[in-house]
Design a protein around this ligand. Structure first.
Ligand code: 13P
Length: 263
């Protein structure tokens, strides 16, 4: 765990209608306390961002979007832009493996989305990670390298330092098999991500960028990942829909911060 603000993000994916999302937020607000060094980010569907923003206790939570289109406005039927989201969310997930695999998002599109996100003063949470097949073929680093170098190619070192990168190995995501990554495997990839940022954009960007782990993180496994040196938090999918599990994950982050801060 690092000394930066710990980020615990819940990606609700395409789940929960407005009433269900409101109920989940209500339950989380009852359980989650304010902590100056922990940021809890809820990432519901685009439809529920507006009503949740009214209900939300801003001292406890921030909102994130799961996706948006890279053009600011225009004739793009069915899309929502980062410009439309800029007053509503602090963060946006970009390049999630479900979007890469189900919606054919490639690294060039993801680069344009990252740039649009930054242009609209929203912090990108860029997701990167290899498939099982790529890992078996020994291609993990090559895949991470091409995902990261392309996605960040239009940003300044300062902008990169302000953003978040989530390492989400595709094979560890519950929807794609949910095999548990060992913390040592996660650490190796996360170290590589930071090294790459250092090599391409300098030490300051590498020191400042927050790197998260995601992939079947729940209340049982979160601590093991958050203990990884240089891990700045977790991106949680399925377990973020369960208020017991998600508030327990936040509680373990609190406990860890207190242990560090009391030393
Ligand atoms: P799971 O936690 O359900 O594996 O999902 C991870 C994820 O995709 C978060 O973005």
């Amino acid at each position: 765990m690092s000394t930066k603000r710990t980020l615990i993000a819940g990606n609700w994916k395409m789940n929960l209608n407005t009433a269900q999302a409101s109920l989940l937020l209500h339950r989380l607000q009852e359980r989650i306390k304010i902590h100056k060094n922990i940021e809890v980010v809820l990432i519901p569907s685009a439809l529920t961002l507006q009503p949740l923003s009214v209900q939300l206790d801003r001292r406890k939570f921030r909102l994130g979007a799961q996706n948006a289109y890279y053009k600011d406005d225009g004739a793009f039927t069915g899309e929502v832009s980062f410009t439309m989201l800029r007053d509503l969310v602090h963060y946006a997930v970009i390049g999630h493996s479900e979007r890469r695999l189900y919606f054919n998002e490639n690294n060039d599109l993801i680069r344009d989305k990252v740039a649009a996100c930054v242009r609209n003063e929203i912090t990108p949470i860029l997701c990167v990670g290899e498939t099982k097949h790529e890992r078996r073929a020994g291609e993990t680093k090559r895949v991470l390298h091409s995902q990261i170098s392309t996605a960040l190619s239009n940003l300044t070192a300062h902008e990169i330092g302000e953003m978040v990168i989530a390492y989400e190995p595709v094979w560890a995501i519950s929807t794609f098999g949910g095999e548990l990554a060992k913390p040592a495997q996660a650490q190796e990839a996360m170290d590589y991500i930071r090294k790459q940022i250092r090599d391409l954009h300098g030490k300051k960007a590498a020191d400042n960028v927050r790197v998260l782990y995601g992939g079947s993180v729940d209340d049982q496994t979160a601590r093991g990942y958050m203990e990884i040196l240089g891990c700045d938090g977790v991106l949680v999918g399925g377990a973020s829909l369960n208020y017991h599990k998600f508030s327990e994950i936040v509680r373990s982050a609190y406990a860890m911060r207190h242990e560090v801060e009391d030393e």
